[in-house]
Design a protein around this ligand. Sequence first.
Ligand code: PMP
Length: 360
Amino acid sequence: MAFPPIRPELAGIEPYGAPQLDVPVQLNVNENPYGPSEACIADIAASVAAAAATLHRYPDREFVALRTALAAYLSRDAAVTPEMVWAANGSNEVMLQLLQAFGGPGRTAVSFAPTYSMYPEYARDTSTEWVAGVREDDFSLDLDKARSLVEEVRPSVVLLPSPNNPTGTALPPEAVVALCEAVGEDGIVVVDEAYGEFRRAGVPSALEQLASYRNLVVTRTMSKAFAGAGLRLGYLAADPAICDAIRVVRLPYHLSAVTQAAALAALRHADELLGNVAALREERDATVAWLRAEGYEVTDSDANYALFGRLADRHAVWQGLLDRGVLIRETGPNGWLRVSIGTPEEMTAFKNALTEVTSP
Ligand code: PMP
């Protein structure tokens, strides 16, 4: 056997990750381009300093203060209590823990492609069978087809991002209802709202349906709207019994005292950190309109990115932009590229570079 003696299904696999390149305009991983204010930085620094004095002790394993603050934040959308909240190092870790607790050998996880490319990895890493249904040409879900797939494979986990990555498409509330009912209590339906705060006016959060379906899990993150990608803090809201199940698989003290202190401080500045969401939404709508006016096909986006196509040679366009200092993401169906929404200056650089690259 070749060395190292890795599980055969992992042999030769490249680790997931977008290129991290030091270029002037970085529009490739859907970060928030606006950093924290001086006041917020000072609060985080003071809170981390206070936590530093306690580092000879393990942190609060139950992160009660943080769960309480996250529940208060989520309660802006629907009533959520601290017992309904779980958190980990990014929503990626939250979802991996969900697969550890609810997937596993002999069980199946389902999503609908094109979708977030980490989902099959959580399944692979937990030896859960992976089944991908397909979305329609406009990237929406056909509910009858989705229901039949669920009836056929009886998944123990359904993963549905809303808005979807990379297409930006939000799920209508009836899709959440249909899937929660189709899956029933043999499984859980995870609505991944990593980009939930960017949804357009009138698009509801799946949090509103938590009271009706105890098999529903809604995940969120501080990485995107909250401008805290470096913080590594993701979380979920669900029935307390689901949080108890995750406790069985989580590593003890998985959230460091430093993470808890920094996240709590950031939550105290929630209004400020989220303050740029409105500007980013406007910039998104303007970017979508501009791309359409230029003749591109662009999906409606409820997120902080836009997927545009169809390009005969998307790699050449991606490379041409990079050569001009603009990094976007080569992801999603062939012929499409995804651009994250940055500041107005960054979007101008993107538009100028795209015009240059594609003009004859
Ligand atoms: N869900 C979706 C749909 C994402 O696009 C991402 C990150 N790109 C995540 C979850 C994970 O983000 P994080 O681990 O930073 O919370």
